[in-house]
Write a protein that binds this ligand. Structure first.
Ligand SMILES: Cc1cc2nc3c(=O)[nH]c(=O)nc-3n(C[C@H](O)[C@H](O)[C@H](O)COP(=O)(O)O)c2cc1C
Length: 336
């Protein structure tokens, strides 16, 4: 079984659902001796199976697949309704109907069965922690399990359930915060403090991510006991990334000077480049994936219209350092 401490290049190319992660990106990071990831979130199990084949066609090196673990949740119907109404003018302006709020488990069982069958070297989880039997089944199939944690309590619980490794995610991270309790306010301790506390509390290898954008950032987490640095934003402009053109352009536009966190796009806290949509909806209710489904047509229309003030632009605090070019070059530029 792979051990994160054995990576020749201690860099994990973070899974990025929604388009940025591609088989070509995962294969390129792994071929550069880091650890590339496929993002299974929002895809069908069949689509993920095709992507696994594509990575294997591109490299014989180890790679991972990331799954969402979506807990059942009933949003407050009145808050949900009010939020939906507040989006109607924007939807009318973009000429689309809003989506229906609904819950689904992102096809959890089918994807779990798939990974147990196709056996990528690593399977990581976000938004929660699988039951001990699932973690045991992965280990029994020679697959390294990695559970995303955002607090010491989550880290201890993941290890108690049998997680073989952790992805420690700080508040600087781009995209969704993986906090298990959807209603909790995510921990604000900076990554380096969180990492130090986690490696003191548990004894499994960890990858640490959130806001890391250069060699110094990678070195800082290694010095504090991480086996690898996990980076997403640093790869958003990679040639192999599937980042949409609106997102790519915003990442290099000086007008987008900073990031903020919001629940307005999906009903779960996430960090992205600050834009008008985030500013206009500061009080979006909790409700994942309900809000994700409500805003999906709006976001798709915004991308089609080239409207970066409405499209979601996930990015971590290190976004200004993201560089375009082949993922292999980006990976080697991050090696201490
Ligand atoms: C566009 C984007 C999509 C993401 N999607 C996922 C995902 O599907 N699963 C996951 O575990 N983490 C996801 N993340 C979070 C990363 O795993 C990681 O925590 C984060 O990228 C680290 O912070 P950084 O972006 O500052 O490097 C995503 C991040 C970004 C930027």
């Amino acid at each position: 079984m792979l051990d994160l401490r054995d990576l020749e290049v201690p860099v994990v190319g973070a899974p990025m659902a929604g388009g940025a992660s591609t088989p070509a990106l995962a294969a390129a990071v792994s071929a550069a001796s880091g650890l590339g990831f496929l993002a299974a979130g929002y895809k069908t199990a069949d689509q993920v199976a095709v992507e696994v084949e594509a990575v294997r066609a591109g490299t014989a090196e180890p790679f991972g697949v990331n799954l969402f673990l979506v807990a059942p949740f009933d949003p407050d119907p009145e808050l949900l309704d009010a939020f939906r109404r507040s989006l109607e003018p924007e939807a009318a302006r973009l000429g689309v109907d809003l989506g229906e709020p609904s819950w689904d488990d992102d096809d959890w069982r089918a994807k779990l069965e798939l990974v147990l069958g196709v056996r990528p070297d690593v399977v990581s989880f976000t938004f929660g922690c699988p039951d001990p039997e699932v973690l045991r089944a992965l280990a029994g199939n020679g697959i390294l399990s990695t559970v995303t944690v955002t607090s010491v309590v989550e880290a201890q619980e993941a290890v108690a359930r049998g997680a073989a490794s952790l992805a420690v995610q700080g508040p600087e991270a781009g995209g969704h915060r993986g906090t298990w309790d959807l209603e909790a306010v995510p921990d604000h301790a900076p990554l380096l403090d969180l990492l130090s506390a986690v490696v003191t509390a548990v004894d499994v290898p960890v990858a640490a991510g959130g806001g890391i954008s250069d060699v110094g950032g990678v070195d800082a987490v290694l010095v504090r006991g991480a086996a690898a640095a996990q980076m997403g934003t640093a790869y958003l402009l990679a040639d192999e990334a599937g980042t949409n053109p609106v997102h790519r352009a915003a990442l290099t536009d000086p007008a987008f000077a900073g990031t903020d966190t919001t629940r307005a796009y999906t009903g779960r806290w996430a960090r992205g480049l600050a834009n008008r949509f985030m500013a206009e909806h500061p009080h979006a209710p909790v409700g994942y994936p309900h809000l994700h489904h409500v805003t999906a047509p709006l976001r798709a229309a915004a991308v089609a219209a080239g409207d970066a003030q409405v499209a979601h632009l996930w990015a971590g605090t290190g976004h200004a350092h993201a560089r375009s070019g082949p993922a292999a070059v980006i990976t080697s530029s991050l090696v201490p």
